[in-house]
Structure formats: structure tokens, C-alpha cells
Design a protein around this ligand. Structure first.
Ligand SMILES: [Fe+2]
Length: 254
């Protein structure tokens, strides 16, 4: 579905959340990194899809369909088939080693404490002409994890219908796309801030990963809010550490 705003009974405004406890100063922010030091897209282009540009991946899929006598229209099945190629990479593939290096050398130093995060993040592909991957929702309904923060990292520049759509603040339901470039990560309070995607009516493929992270051993909302505030504060202060190249290509841990 292409995501008409539907917040349901789970939506809470900032004022309503504040009655129950702490609320992040801002519900989302953008973390910038150097894609030359963390060349995620290059690894996916080289090792997984064997194409020169990820954002033109749909052209290669359409060409293959034509060669098989099939039509140009791509579907969710194509999104999932392409995603599987990324998810089938072994744990020690360069892409996943780079992912762990990013968490260890960039995100952990940024938040200043050990974090828990998924060893295998959700990979996503959203081809032009395909429907929404997820209508608007709040993660807390499913995860019940009050201590987590969302991390959404595209490997193609996204805007409009290839972007993730967020409400401007808690409970407002004024969903709008957040443009994010390759080399940036959208960090947001997805447990409580409504978010989702819409049908891709553009002409580029979106390739991205997403996950949730928390302070290690955290289990309170105050820790989740503290984590979100810490990320916002450190980014505002311009404190983002880049790992030295040797660390990026070293053994992955974490
Ligand atoms: Fe979500």
C-alpha cells in the first residue's frame, strides 16, 4: 500500500509522552560519515550485484526480464529476490566486516559506551514502480523495546518516494520524506516516532539497511532517550570520529 497516514491508537504526542517520562530533545538526526572510508556501496556493487551503480540496479533487472521474455514491471518479488542476494552473504563477507567496523569505530565512540545491535541488519531494496515496504507505524507496538533507537542507512541517495517518511514530531502524523544521501545515516526514535515508506514512483532504486541499537544491558525508556539525546548532542557538536583505514579493514568484532 502506498501509506496513507494511519497512526491508530498507538500514536502519542510529545506532551502525552512527557507525562509518562523523558522524551528526546529531537526525534531524529542525520549522522554523516565518509563513504570513501566506509565504501558500503562499492562492496555491494562489486560483490553482490556486479553493476556499476546501485541506484540503477532496476535497469539491469529489467534487462534480464526482457531477455527472458518478461515485462518491464518490477514487483515486491523482485525487491525480495535482490535483497536475498545481500542477506545470503556470509558473516565474514567484506560488506558485513565493514558494517561491524562502522559500529565499532564510528557509532560506539560516538555514543561513548558499549552498544547492542543486530549482527545481521535488515537489508532492503525498493525498485521503481514497486509498492511500499511498510505503511506508517511505531516500532514499539511490535518490539516492546523502550530502550532502542533506529538506524537507517541508505547506500543510494534517497528523496521523495525512495526516502523513509517521518512525522515532524511525536503524534503529528504529518508524514514527509527525509532526504538522505549515501554517506549519511538517519538515526531516529522509531519506537515512538511514526515512520514508513510509500510506493516508489521515482526512477532510482533504493538500497538500504536498518536496525535498532541500544546501550548494552539497557532496559529502560530513560536509557533509550539518553541514547537518542547523546547522538543528537554529539552530532550537533561536530564530534564524529572516523576510523583509520587499517581499522576498517581489520578483523570485525562486536
Ligand atoms: Fe519501523
Amino acid at each position: 500500500m502506498n501509506g496513507m497516514p494511519s497512526t491508530g491508537n498507538d500514536a502519542r504526542t510529545r506532551a502525552e509522552l512527557a507525562e509518562q517520562g523523558p522524551v528526546p530533545v529531537r526525534p531524529w538526526t542525520i549522522l554523516r560519515y565518509d563513504p570513501e572510508r566506509f565504501p558500503f556501496a562499492k562492496l555491494l556493487e562489486r560483490d553482490v550485484f556486479h553493476v556499476p551503480r546501485l541506484d540503477a540496479l532496476h535497469q539491469h533487472v529489467r534487462a534480464r526480464r526482457r531477455a527472458l521474455g518478461l515485462g518491464d514491471q518490477l514487483s515486491q518479488r523482485d525487491n525480495l529476490a535482490a535483497r536475498k542476494l545481500m542477506q545470503d552473504l556470509p558473516d565474514d563477507a567484506p560488506f558485513y566486516r565493514l558494517y561491524h567496523a562502522f559500529m565499532l569505530h564510528l557509532l560506539c565512540p560516538l555514543v561513548g559506551r558499549g552498544i547492542s545491535y543486530s549482527s545481521r541488519p535488515k537489508m532492503r531494496i525498493h525498485f521503481p514502480g514497486t509498492y511500499s515496504v511498510s505503511s506508517f507505524h511505531h516500532d514499539i507496538i511490535v518490539t516492546k523495546r523502550i530502550d532502542q533507537v533506529n538506524f537507517w542507512m541508505p547506500f543510494t541517495d534517497v528523496a521523495g518516494t525512495t526516502a523513509l517518511w517521518l512525522e515532524s514530531d511525536y503524534g503529528r502524523a504529518d508524514y514527509a520524506p527525509v532526504p538522505v544521501r549515501y554517506g549519511e545515516v538517519l538515526v531516529f526514535d522509531g519506537g515512538y516516532l511514526g515512520h514508513g515508506s510509500v510506493a516508489n514512483d521515482g526512477d532510482t532504486t533504493r538500497v538500504s539497511l536498518d536496525l535498532r541499537f541500544s546501550y548494552r544491558k539497557a532496559n529502560t525508556r530513560a536509557e533509550g532517550v539518553g541514547l537518542m539525546n547523546r547522538v543528537v548532542e554529539r552530532i550537533d557538536a561536530g564530534v564524529v570520529r572516523f576510523a583509520p583505514p587499517s581499522a576498517v579493514h581489520g578483523p570485525a568484532t562486536g
